[in-house]
Design a protein around this ligand. Structure first.
Ligand code: FES
Length: 244
């Protein structure tokens, strides 16, 4: 949440990794950090929506306790640690679990180079999946004329759910079940995307941070190596407001 500071004379501050960061009441730690150009890794956060707090990649230490930066309000004199060996290790474990719980084959994915999961893994120095892959059996829904859902790559960030409900006012998507059974569902009687009024112009059609909801017919139109995260590091995009 970007806040207009033009008429704000308050001087609340906290520190993140020793850097003094100003904030105003109502901002979360992640809001304050991004506005101060301090990168805190995150996946399910998008400034257009209320924070969801599900991926936990934005975890930070606040006055000695672990919290999600995207859901925790900034408070005066908070002492926050983010870029530490221990916290980055825990974030890498979360990423490794996401990679191994789904089927993510970056070299053959058309979202490679423009994928928040992949780029966050690079940013955090993840060099291997560490855990044994689950290789779950998941489907691809290609029933829609313009869009497809590759369930193999869904990370359940719920951005499509929130976008469809709050911006498109269609409520096309949902998340069902829990744990390893968590599933992205489509709200139609058949459960197929082609049986909804989903449009490739919907906000939800253009918000998936990974390669789960894709436009048909444009894959690899921009070659790997020339994509947004290939050219500008994720960290730079995040603090400039260019990325999520
Ligand atoms: Fe904060 Fe996902 S970005 S929990």
């Amino acid at each position: 949440m970007k806040i207009d500071r033009s008429n704000d004379n308050s001087s609340n501050t906290l520190t993140i990794d020793g850097k003094s960061v100003a904030f105003i009441k109502g901002q979360t730690i992640l809001d304050a950090a991004l506005e101060a150009e301090v990168y805190i890794p995150h996946l399910c956060f998008n400034p257009k929506f209320e924070p969801h707090g599900s991926c936990r990649v934005c975890m930070v230490e606040v006055n000695g306790h672990t919290h999600c930066a995207c859901t925790t309000p900034a408070s005066q004199n908070d002492v926050i640690k983010s870029d530490t060996r221990e916290i980055n290790h825990d974030r890498r474990v979360l990423l490794q679990m996401l990679f191994t719980e789904g089927n993510h084959f970056c070299p053959s994915c058309e979202k490679s180079g423009n994928c928040l999961l992949q780029s966050t893994a690079y940013e955090l120095g993840m060099v291997s999946p560490h855990f044994s892959p689950n290789f779950p059996i998941r489907t691809v829904d290609a029933s829609h004329p313009d869009m497809l859902i590759d369930h193999n790559r869904c990370i359940f960030c719920s951005l499509c759910v929130r976008a469809s409900r709050e911006i498109d006012c269609k409520n096309i998507f949902g998340i069902s079940k829990r744990g390893s059974q968590t599933t992205l569902t489509v709200n139609s009687s058949s459960g197929r995307l082609g049986d909804t009024d989903f449009s490739s112009n919907d906000f939800a059609a253009n918000i998936c941070p990974v390669g789960a909801i894709l436009h048909k017919g444009v894959g690899f139109a921009k070659p790997i190596g020339n994509r947004s995260n290939d050219i500008t590091p994720l960290k730079t995009q995040a603090i400039s407001g260019e990325g999520a």
